[in-house]
Design a binder for this molecule. Sequence first.
Ligand code: SAT
Ligand code: MN
Length: 620
Amino acid sequence: MSILADPTSTRPTTPASDAALAVRSWVTSIADLTQPDAVVWCDGSAEERERLTALMVESGSLIALDPELRPNSYLARSDPSDVARVEARTFICSEREIDAGPTNNWREPAVMRAELRGVFDGSMRGRTMYVVPFSMGPVGGPISQAGIQLTDSPYAVVSMSIMTRTGSDVLALIDAGAPFVPAVHSVGAPLSTDDAGVKTPDVPWPCNDLKYIVQLPETREIWSYGSGYGGNALLGKKCYALRIASAMARDEGWLAEHMLIIRATSPQGRAYHLAAAFPSACGKTNLAMLRPTIPGWTVETIGDDIAWMRPGPDGRLRAINPEAGFFGVAPGTGHRTNPTAIATIARDTIFTNVALTDDGDVWWEGLTDEVPEHLTDWRGQDWTPASGTPAAHPNSRFTVAADQCPTIADSWDDPAGVPIDAIVFGGRRATNVPLVAQAYSWEHGVFMGATISSEQTAAAEGTVGELRRDPFAMLPFCGYNMADHWSHWLDVGAGLTPENRPEIFQVNWFRKGEDGSYLWPGFGENSRVVEWIVRRAGGEKVGAVPSPVGLVPAPGALDLDGLDLPDDTVTALFDVDPGSWLTEADLTEAFFERFGDRTPAALTDQLDDLRARLQVWLHP
Ligand code: SAT
Ligand code: MN
């Protein structure tokens, strides 16, 4: 096999620079290791996407949906064993274990490299290796970064072309010397050839029971083996934009975060930008596509999953969405809960592991109130409402270009990013955490981010049981020691002047009353909270009063017009029970102790301050 002899190669045969030669020799070395039949350099064009899509339809990897109902859209069904990220097989391989920290799986780089050599040896035999140059963020932008994914999965190529900016312009940048992250991906299912030269038939979704999702943060490398799915295979997303980028950001003074970005514009025409981190299943995509219920406000989408933030030339923290598409969870996305998402996926969308309707469209639980009489479920089997199993896999997804979103902001792909006014941390808490609170300081805000949690047990009765901690909503995504991530946040804040430093807030849409029902209506009504947040962050005259856990809206400061919330519900939404919070403080202390002396003193000081405020609240 020779790269030069490959007839489909679009790569110039005479590299123009040392950088181009280095790229070529790296690609050759991986081809020598993995032994593909051919190497194809991808140019990111529409023709290329059509060609690969047609190839996958022909091979049975994609099912074309009815073009009248869902133009240019496809359904992929994964192997039933390959349906989600595999955290137990995700490794952070820093030289020293302490630098990966207690929340990551660590392996010594040399040991992991030897293991990877073994599994990648011949892993692409019988397949084509695609070379996919990609940019996270607008190509060549000041906050953007490049990568090259090598993969034997056409599904990964097409998905990467939706989720990132791919193609020849990125390769030109890399050839000119721009640094790039090398990312090698194989589904780990080589095709053998018999003595007569006949290849064993392929399956629609090749993968391997053995999986490796490996990040080497110090040498900025990604190796992924055995899975074709989502965050395991689309290496620009969690592997690069969070795990590798968080390590780059630590070294270079910026932030790579698991955050949505929105722009909220007031009736007076003032625009504010907000970045927000939530653990999964807390309505992140819904907030990114919020339809405000309060008159005169608009909310526009900039990103739904990842934010890269860097102090800009103007001294403000400027954020980009490094992705170019949405890889959203389908179940629960419906005409009632998120009509914007529904409009986004009306065409040109790849669906994975959703159900197929008899007329050639897609369906999942929560799409419509009415359940179809008959479907083909995500495994390809007949399904009726009596089947007793979900028709769509709970982690089934849509992959769609961001610019198809009707609420996408015109500034969403501004290479310079948008100036961030407010940073928000949320969790799913039935108790304790008020609907919204503003941090007293940047350090207090970092404390809020470091202690994000959801109740593990049924806590509706008003007890704080075990708290599942998900600091900064980065638990599976931080490419280095989580406690160092907190120190880094403290440093970034210290480097911003007070007038340029975003205000930090904590929200909780999920507080429950004594009867176990939600106190706050959520969804579009969250715009009321967004209004209070951005007006506070904008330094406008909107009231706040102190509580032990932060500044909460003064009576009347949160617009509740037309909501019909009883007074005692509003009181319950903001109730701070000192006894229960002191118990929570003990849990936080134990959590911080897991990180030993890496926990920054500023955060243990914040815990002391919180306890002191609670004592005053208890004994005024
Ligand atoms: O599979 S992804 O990592 O891309 C999405 C997710 O798990 O949140
Ligand atoms: Mn995510």
